[in-house]
Design a protein around this ligand. Structure first.
Ligand SMILES: [Zn+2]
Length: 234
């Protein structure tokens, strides 16, 4: 194997590792974001329940006031009825009292329903509070884990880059720049073996001349289809 190819393969091995590590660096913030969104969802759900609970309490308070005012009206009518002399007016007052009592009864039914709903929502809110606390804990754990992992990955990348620049000292600038152009373009292996007369990168057939040059291992040969740098794998 050509000496340059051997060195390039070592550089490429480091670069592929660095690329894989860099994509893991990007995954961690995504995991943290997901945990953050899940917490936000739980918090919103909880807020909604709490608002609904408040609304129901206000409604109940209003119902209480209505019952109270209707009872006051009934008491007033009752005392009026005591001093009324004619039957017609007396009956009208009694009808009005019955009317008010029926209204109170309806309001009390609503209040009962309201109380049951309040109890249900309280219990749902309690579950949601636990869920929110759990999600908060999960987010904190994800953040800590991501931070630690990314620190480790960054260190690994720095070490690989140091190693790489040592190895690269043994290569000419021209072949290096050709290698990096290809790597930036393909984001994948660019120094590949020929296999069964084809390029190991794009799998297109190589010309007999290319194969002959490859076998002789005298010069750098590139694939005519994808421009990757080829080497002869015996
Ligand atoms: Zn190719």
């Amino acid at each position: 194997m050509l000496n340059e190819i051997e060195i390039l393969l070592k550089v490429q091995e480091k670069d592929l590792k660095i690329m894989a590590l860099e994509s893991r660096l990007k995954e961690n913030p995504e995991i943290v974001n997901k945990a953050r969104n899940m917490l936000k969802d739980a918090e919103n759900e909880l807020k909604e329940k709490e608002n609904l609970h408040k609304k129901l309490q206000v409604e109940r308070k209003n119902s209480e006031i209505q019952v109270e005012s209707n009872n006051e009206k009934i008491a007033k009518l009752d005392s009026q009825a005591g001093s009324v002399k004619d039957n017609k007016t007396y009956k009208a007052i009694q009808d009005e009292i019955l009317n008010l009592k029926a209204r109170i009864s309806l309001i009390e039914d609503t209040m009962l329903e309201n109380m049951e709903k309040c109890d249900e929502i309280s219990s749902q809110a309690k579950d949601l509070k636990e869920k929110t606390a759990q999600r908060k804990k999960e987010l904190e754990e994800a953040e800590t884990k991501a931070q630690k992992e990314n620190q480790d990955i960054e260190k690994e990348i720095r070490d690989l880059k140091d190693l790489k620049s040592e190895i690269e000292k043994n290569l000419g600038p021209e072949i290096l720049s050709r290698y990096y152009r290809l790597l930036n373009n393909k984001k994948d292996a660019v120094v590949v073996p020929s296999r069964n007369g084809s390029c190991g990168g794009c799998f297109m057939s190589l010309t007999p001349q290319s194969i002959m040059k490859l076998r002789s291992e005298m010069e750098i040969v590139t694939c005519e289809s994808c421009q990757r740098i080829l080497y002869w794998e015996s």
